[in-house]
Design a protein around this ligand. Structure first.
Ligand code: GUE
Length: 283
């Protein structure tokens, strides 16, 4: 049976450090500040945003939520971002994705001051990550790396297979593993013989958004499995991209869903906010 890599526990540990750093910054007269912008009424987005609020409050971070109506114009959203860029109380700006259809996502992400881009989605920060000199690392992949580190996984020379090629998870996590000297393969919907690719992996990182599509018998004995998927099936049940039960038979260690990567994502958002506030304090 596999070890469970407990994201909730690792997140709680990191959040204690974040709370201590926050107190130290406040003592220097700098209160870390995060602005979260939510456009529209998507229920899942609302849940995530309120989780972020609670986590900020628990850590002592100042947070402001800007809830805008679904029909808000792109121009008005850009205006809000400009104001937040100029607001000296704000160290981090997060615009919750997805945005409504009529708003150009790239335009919005590019409007955020890269020095406040705690999501790490601005092309400037993407470029900094790609060239090996990151300013902010995107929260979900950064959380994945912290989980591997906490579990004592050394990626040097390992075969990492990333399933999924999104800008927010697949591509950046592949770059981060490469920076740790892994041999990285990125698989996707057009990959030929995915089971065989996954079977070659020492570390599998699943980020496709399809419930339990990665089967347990694809996993090599002793592999590490990181499941980034959060798929709601039916009313309440949350499952990952990996068939957890079957994969646990082969894996040396595996992350659960819920309680795996999810809690780490929010933790790394707070972490990036503190990093940004420390830069402000050092100015
Ligand atoms: N600009 C932006 N940045 C994001 O980081 C971002 C976003 N937009 N849009 C949506 C996705 C999704 N996301 C999650 C955060 C926490 C959990 C999480 O904590 N999940 C819990 C379960 C929570 C539940 O029950 O729904 C868990 O896995 O244990 C999941 C997903 C951040 N996202």
């Amino acid at each position: 049976m596999a070890d469970i890599i407990d994201g909730k526990a690792i997140a709680a540990e990191i959040r204690q450090d974040i709370a201590a750093d926050t107190q130290a910054l406040i003592a220097q007269g700098i209160t870390p500040g995060l602005a979260v912008v939510l456009v529209g009424e998507d229920p899942a987005s609302r849940v995530y945003v309120s989780m972020k609020e609670k986590a900020c409050a628990a850590a002592g971070i100042y947070s402001v939520e800007h809830k805008l109506a679904a029909e808000t114009s792109e121009a008005d959203l850009l205006k809000l971002i400009t104001n937040l860029n100029d607001d000296t109380d704000i160290d981090g700006i997060l615009v919750q994705l997805p945005l409504p259809e009529h708003i150009d996502e790239s335009k919005v992400l590019e409007a955020i001051d890269p020095t406040k881009d705690v999501d790490g989605f601005h092309p400037y920060n993407v470029g900094r990550l790609m060239t090996g000199n990151p300013l902010f690392q995107p929260c979900t992949p950064y959380g994945v790396m912290k989980m591997l580190e906490h579990h004592g996984v050394d990626l040097n020379g390992k075969e990492v297979v990333v399933v999924g090629r999104s800008n927010i998870v697949g591509k950046p996590v592949a770059l981060m593993c490469l920076a740790e000297n892994a041999t990285v393969t990125i698989c996707h919907s057009r990959t030929v013989d995915l089971p065989q690719k996954v079977a070659a992996a020492d570390v599998v990182i699943a980020a496709v958004g399809r419930p339990e599509m990665i089967k347990g018998d694809w996993i090599k004995k002793g592999a590490i499995v990181i499941d980034v998927g959060v798929n709601r099936v039916g009313e309440k049940k949350l499952v990952g991209d990996v068939d957890f039960k079957a994969a646990s038979e082969n894996a040396a260690a595996i992350t659960p869903v819920p309680g795996g990567v999810g809690p780490m994502t929010i933790t790394m958002l707070l972490y990036n906010t503190i990093v940004s506030a420390k830069r402000r304090a050092a100015q």
